[in-house]
Design a protein around this ligand. Structure first.
Ligand code: OOG
Ligand code: MG
Length: 256
């Protein structure tokens, strides 16, 4: 088995069995190109289990996230149907290794996108905007990784909850307060401006990275713009919610 296939299978098994593994780069250095090849194979494993591709997520689009994780480049990962949780529903902690949550903004595409678009051009490709919570769950021990490691691990993607979708696609999103709450108390606060200056830029960056790494952007897909704040560990019995000024709040409960 090639290094790429065996790395993908290690990461897929780690997610299935909820067991963290050593960082791949501890044993072997590999390029970002190879990391995306591993990510594609990790997704192939999920698709072969009958799940579908439902969107993409951007990572490290804010200073807060780059600082928290010690990396300094934007990344893109893929989201599959099994990752989608219901707004107002529950999430079972036992399905994850060491999940963290982060407040995000999610765009819904109204068209397939095959070209690289700028932050103004992307605006005509969106049918809705929603507040969202991303649940990330690195398959690596202690949530520690290099950029190549995390890309191979599909950018720690594990689950997402998308709030009620606003059809006001002219929302400039230039300085909307973003807040992550645990049991009604704010634990992280930021602004949409913390996402690359403006989350529409994250969507534009998604078109560039998707093209570069052969990731499909199709009508109806979600594009998560990346967290505006640091991520926060999820624990049993918490009610976790995210507020984005001008959008409906989104929430879920954590149980065993
Ligand atoms: C990688 C995923 C980063 C974001 O919103 O910046 C990410 C991680 O922090 O484990 O999802
Ligand atoms: Mg995220």
């Amino acid at each position: 088995m090639s290094f790429i296939s065996s790395a993908a299978s290690t990461l897929h098994q780690a997610a299935l069995t909820r067991t963290s593994v050593d960082q791949l780069t501890l044993n072997q250095e590999f390029s970002l190109e190879e990391a995306y090849q591993i990510q594609h194979q990790v997704i192939e494993h999920r698709l072969s289990q009958g799940h579908q591709l439902i969107g993409v997520k951007m990572g490290f689009t804010s200073e807060a996230k780059m600082k928290q994780m010690g990396v300094n480049d934007m990344i893109i990962g893929m989201l599959t149907s099994d990752m989608l949780n219901t707004n107002g529903g529950t999430m079972s902690l036992s399905e994850f290794i060491h999940p963290r949550v982060e407040p995000e903004i999610c765009f819904i595409l109204n068209d397939d996108i095959n070209e690289v678009l700028d932050e103004n051009e992307v605006k005509s490709k969106v049918s809705g905007i929603a507040a969202a919570i991303e649940i990330i769950d690195s398959r690596y021990k202690n949530f520690k990784f290099s950029l190549s490691d995390v890309v191979a691990d599909n950018c720690s993607s594990a689950a997402l909850v998308v709030g009620i979708i606003s059809e006001d696609v002219n929302n400039p999103l230039n300085n909307n307060k973003i807040q992550l709450n645990i049991n009604g108390e704010a634990v992280e606060t930021g602004s949409s401006a913390d996402i690359l200056g403006n989350p529409w830029k994250a969507l534009a960056a998604a078109t560039r990275l998707a093209k570069q790494y052969n990731i499909p952007l199709k009508k109806g897909m979600y594009v998560m713009a990346g967290a505006a704040t640091s991520a926060y560990f999820a624990e049993i019995e918490q009610e976790i919610s995210a507020d984005v000024e001008g959008l409906e709040s989104v929430f879920f409960r954590v149980n065993q």
